[in-house]
Design a protein around this ligand. Structure first.
Ligand SMILES: [Zn+2]
Length: 409
């Protein structure tokens, strides 16, 4: 009885009081599992796609706390990224400043928290790392991206060659991608590791038009005068034998009232998901309106990574059926956290982004998080003998749980 009382006391005093963050995180990991989100959803139907799975490499799962956080940071819309950064930088700085310690330690802690947030953001953009991949059971479809950039775009990552883009796509399960640089026609022959297809993203009047296929140079001035002139581009693309898609966020932000005119002018389809930070916040209610219009007129709806060489993960894939046409020819498969960006207020990002991330964890990812937290908790919770330095020995000793020493007195 005395031993049980002692263990209870150690748990209560040592764990609850000294490690509230670790215990709160364990509670959140289990709580979020009660409201699970699937790894992937069909952006048109909102259902879990049949025959498509998100496969996470072993290294990705082993490093799940880092992998998932970097993914979640990649899928923030611009207003949500600003809110997330502001709240966490201030909160961590305050927490560091208010903890007990010498003035030097408190200053260091005040700076370290915000620095960690900034480094995580930079890591999401730049750090090479294992990434999840879409795998489909249906050999009749092509996993394709309709909109991506190289260094030939003014805002592309310097040195980001077509081969780098192809490797980026291949790692995530894509089998082909159109290359659509800003006003620079792509016509290189790249077949490995995936096939790159010719295209361009024309900047015309308050709109970007993604042109796919046999594109030829145009005089952009002709399409830059007003909306009416801009809409003439679709007929010109058809003359060339190319397709023209309306890109996000421009039609949402600047031509929302003109969409039936887009259809009348011959637009071939609409992006309904685009992973670029300015476009990822496209709200579900507006997506539903575009879907209705596209379904009525049998137009293509697509997802776009809009990758510019920054960030390691896509938020969307397309399953394209070469034999089909129009609305039914393409299935848009997205990460649910990306689709949610337009549905949560920006100011809530500091807690809704982590919450969406935790809800979408697979059980293997969740197990990885719990393992990491327990390892760190045990490492920090076990009392050290006088003279012991921190190290793996503490972990080894802590496995002999019943040798916990009786405190003096
Ligand atoms: Zn683009």
């Amino acid at each position: 009885m005395a031993a049980i009382a002692l263990i209870t006391k150690i748990v209560r005093v040592n764990l609850l009081r000294r490690h509230p963050i670790a215990l709160a995180m364990l509670a959140l990991l289990l709580w979020s599992a009660l409201q699970p989100l699937p790894g992937l959803v069909d952006a048109v139907t909102g259902t879990v796609p049949a025959g498509a799975d998100l496969v996470r490499p072993t290294a990705y799962t082993v490093l799940a706390p880092l992998s998932n956080v970097l993914d979640a940071l990649t899928f923030l819309s611009v207003p949500r990224a600003k809110a997330f950064l502001a709240v966490w930088v201030v909160a961590l700085a305050l927490w560091g400043a208010l903890r007990r310690g010498t003035p030097g330690r408190r200053i260091a802690r005040t700076l370290l928290g915000p620095l960690a947030i900034v480094l995580l953001g930079a890591g999401a953009v730049l750090l090479p790392r294992p990434v999840p991949s879409l795998v489909t059971a249906d050999s009749g479809v092509t996993v394709i991206d309709y909109h991506a950039h190289t260094a030939a775009s003014h805002d592309g990552r310097p040195g980001w060659r077509a081969q780098d883009l192809a490797a980026w796509h291949a790692a995530q399960g894509f089998q082909a991608s159109y290359v659509t640089d800003h006003n620079v026609i792509f016509n290189q022959a790249v077949d490995e590791p995936i096939r790159l297809l010719p295209g361009v993203e024309w900047s015309v009047y308050a709109q970007h038009v993604v042109a796919l296929g046999a594109v030829a140079p145009i005089d952009r001035g002709v399409y830059n005068r007003d909306t009416r002139a801009m809409l003439g581009l679709f007929a010109e693309l058809h003359r060339q034998g190319a397709l023209g898609l309306a890109s996000l966020p421009e039609y949402w932000e600047q031509h929302w009232g003109d969409l039936t005119d887009f259809v009348a002018a011959g637009v071939d389809g609409f992006e309904i998901v685009n992973c670029a930070p300015r476009a990822i916040g496209f709200p579900a209610a507006l997506r539903a309106q575009v879907l209705q219009l596209a379904a009525q007129h049998d137009l293509l709806v697509v997802g776009a990574s809009d990758n510019h060489g920054w960030g390691k993960v896509t938020c969307v894939w397309n399953l394209s059926s070469p034999s089909a046409h129009g609305y039914g020819a393409n299935h848009v498969i997205a990460r649910p956290i990306a689709l949610a960006q337009g549905d949560w207020d920006a100011w809530t990002a500091a807690y809704t982004q982590p919450w969406l991330m935790l809800r979408a964890l697979s059980w293997s990812e969740r197990s990885s998080w719990i393992t990491w937290i327990l390892v760190i908790l045990i490492y920090r919770a076990v009392p050290r003998r006088a003279g012991d330095s921190a190290g793996i020995g503490i972990l080894a000793r802590s496995l002999e749980l019943f040798k916990v020493r009786r405190p003096p007195g």
